[in-house]
Design a protein around this ligand. Structure first.
Ligand SMILES: [Zn+2]
Length: 308
């Protein structure tokens, strides 16, 4: 039993401009570093297929999907919000990133692998049911949750989102769905400035002040999430893995280090071990300092791939 690693070259063809932080270089930096450390050698590398229309419709309405199809240009770029651009290769990349999440759920739930990491882009957790924003088009982690609940008939799925930005899209989609427990930590007040005070019972928000110490972050997350997760007894744990809370990240003001991401991963692994038969699917969200991102993902995968 191993850790599956999903990635596809065509996810690197989506580019939002030379200065844009959500760049193809993020994936390249991760893959190159995993090769340097040897962690890449123990992973089961998978090239995902595109997600199907029917699978997208489990989360996003046809009208929204059709709007995106119409907006994608045949050349140049169009902006869906001030930060988010589409170009001719965007939706193919988004369908591959989402497809990787679907296939990861299928492989983990059929015991082909213990757990999986989807190293793809564009990310997903800011995409609401009917709104693309924050570099996101399709909500990858919500699509994975729906695959587990509706296709595989699980009853309880946990989503843990430790990206430095609140996963407003995921909250929009899963809020009030009692089959899902979403545990989230994020810098606050901060982008996207939504869904923080609207708090359905199945969403556990841990807002973190800027410049908070890593130790205080760990204490807040442990106190806020752990008992809720244990009581919920998830049959599968999904991670929206954003690494932009790293001290060096240019987009935020938290002080996490590689060891804090290792610690977070170990905590999640222990919950999955107690309740979910070790089943975890982690999907890449943010992380914009290339070296810090690569080192953090490497540590995340060291922990995931050590689960036997
Ligand atoms: Zn982020």
């Amino acid at each position: 039993m191993t850790t599956a690693f999903f990635s596809h070259d065509d996810c690197l063809k989506h580019t939002m401009g030379p200065e844009h932080p959500e760049s193809p270089e993020r994936i390249a930096a991760i893959i190159s570093y995993l090769s340097d450390t040897g962690v890449g050698d123990v992973l089961d590398w998978v090239r995902p297929d595109e997600i199907t229309r029917d699978q997208l419709l489990t989360v996003h309405p046809e009208k929204y999907l059709h709007q995106l199809d119409l907006m994608q240009p045949t050349r140049g770029r169009v902006y869906t919000d001030p930060d988010t651009a589409m170009m001719p290769d965007t939706l193919r990349a988004a369908r591959l990133a989402a497809g990787g999440n679907i296939e990861a759920v299928d492989m983990v739930l059929s015991s082909q692998v213990t757990n999986a990491f989807v190293c793809a882009r564009p990310p997903g957790h800011h995409a609401e049911r009917s709104k693309s924003m924050g570099f996101c088009f399709y909500n990858n982690v919500a699509l994975a949750a729906m695959r587990a609940l509706t296709f595989h008939h699980l009853e309880r799925v946990a989503i843990i989102d430790f990206d430095v930005h609140q996963g407003n899209g995921t909250a929009d989609i899963v809020g009030g769905d009692e089959r899902i427990l979403m545990c989230s930590s994020f810098q606050h007040p901060f982008y996207p400035h939504s869904h923080v005070h609207r708090q359905p019972e199945n969403i556990v928000n841990i807002p973190i002040e800027s410049d908070c110490s890593a130790l205080a972050y760990r204490k807040a997350v442990e106190a806020g999430w752990l008992k809720k997760l244990q009581d919920f007894r998830p049959q599968l744990v999904l991670i929206s893995a954003g690494f932009d809370g790293h001290r060096l990240d240019p987009m935020a003001e938290l002080n996490l280090e590689v060891d804090d991401y290792r610690w977070l991963t170990e905590m999640i692994v222990s919950v999955a071990s107690d309740h979910a038969n070790d089943r975890i699917i982690s999907t890449l969200e943010g992380g914009y300092h290339l070296r810090a991102l690569a080192e953090s993902v490497n540590a995340h995968l060291e922990v995931l791939s050590a689960v036997r």
